[in-house]
Design a protein around this ligand. Structure first.
Ligand SMILES: CC(C)(COP(=O)(O)OP(=O)(O)OC[C@H]1O[C@@H](n2cnc3c(N)ncnc32)[C@H](O)[C@@H]1OP(=O)(O)O)[C@@H](O)C(=O)NCCC(=O)NCCS
Length: 186
């Protein structure tokens, strides 16, 4: 099963980063990230308003880790020791052998290649430790940074889902991106 990955060693390391599952103590760092209007511009949830909401967010990540429906890593920058973002997988389907990818980074670390480095790690991890075939990501049309990131990581844009979901009060188009095992990078 894909969710066997929850039983593996989940601490991952690259040149500049350490990744490990989100813990309660991450609430303050996550508040700074998830309360930033620009980080949250293309999310279907509103920016966090206070630390209580950040604690609830952490609890949700921890709960979904326990019930094996979401694996969210906190991304720590080695040099500063600071948690600068999160990334991970959810919507696991053993029947279809797939999962969905999500991620976000502190604004003052954008454009430095941190997220490609972090997602490279978790892609290698999931392909080496499970029989997963497909990873998919759904991105709003104007979210160019996220689409450039996915392209860099070897994902293919598979199409645009027209008026796919209601976001901020209106139906919006969403691009769908996919990576399959045969793509062979991880
Ligand atoms: C998408 C995101 C994770 C990219 O992470 P990153 O580590 O900056 O990725 P990269 O360094 O590879 O940069 C990706 C693109 O971001 C854009 N970018 C770089 N610096 C930027 C900045 N200061 N401001 C805005 N965009 C910037 C560039 O288009 C860059 O592409 P390029 O390298 O081809 O020029 C980050 O922009 C982010 O957290 N965005 C908000 C959350 C979000 O949209 N999550 C995904 C929802 S689907």
């Amino acid at each position: 099963m894909i969710t066997d990955i929850f039983d593996k060693a989940l601490e991952l390391e690259s040149g500049r980063l350490l990744l490990r599952p989100v813990i309660e103590d991450d609430a303050d760092a996550l508040f700074e990230i998830f309360s930033d209007q620009e980080v949250m511009q293309y999310y279907d949830i509103l920016p966090l308003k206070n630390k209580d909401e950040a604690r609830e967010l952490c609890d949700r990540f921890i709960r979904h880790f326990a019930d094996r429906t979401m694996l969210r890593w906190a991304i720590t920058e080695k040099e500063s020791g600071q948690v600068i973002g999160t990334c991970g997988f959810f919507c696991f389907s053993d029947e279809d052998s797939k999962a969905e990818l999500g991620y976000e980074l502190r604004r003052d670390r954008w454009g430095m290649g941190f997220m490609p480095e972090a997602i490279g790690l978790i892609m290698r991890f999931i392909y080496e430790n499970s029989n997963i075939n497909r990873i998919e990501a759904f991105v709003e049309v104007p979210n160019i940074s996220s689409q450039k990131l996915l392209k860099k990581l070897g994902f293919s844009k598979e199409g645009t889902l027209r008026q796919f979901e209601k976001c901020r009060g209106e139906l919006i188009d969403i691009t769908i991106w996919g990576y399959i095992r045969n793509d062979g990078l991880y």
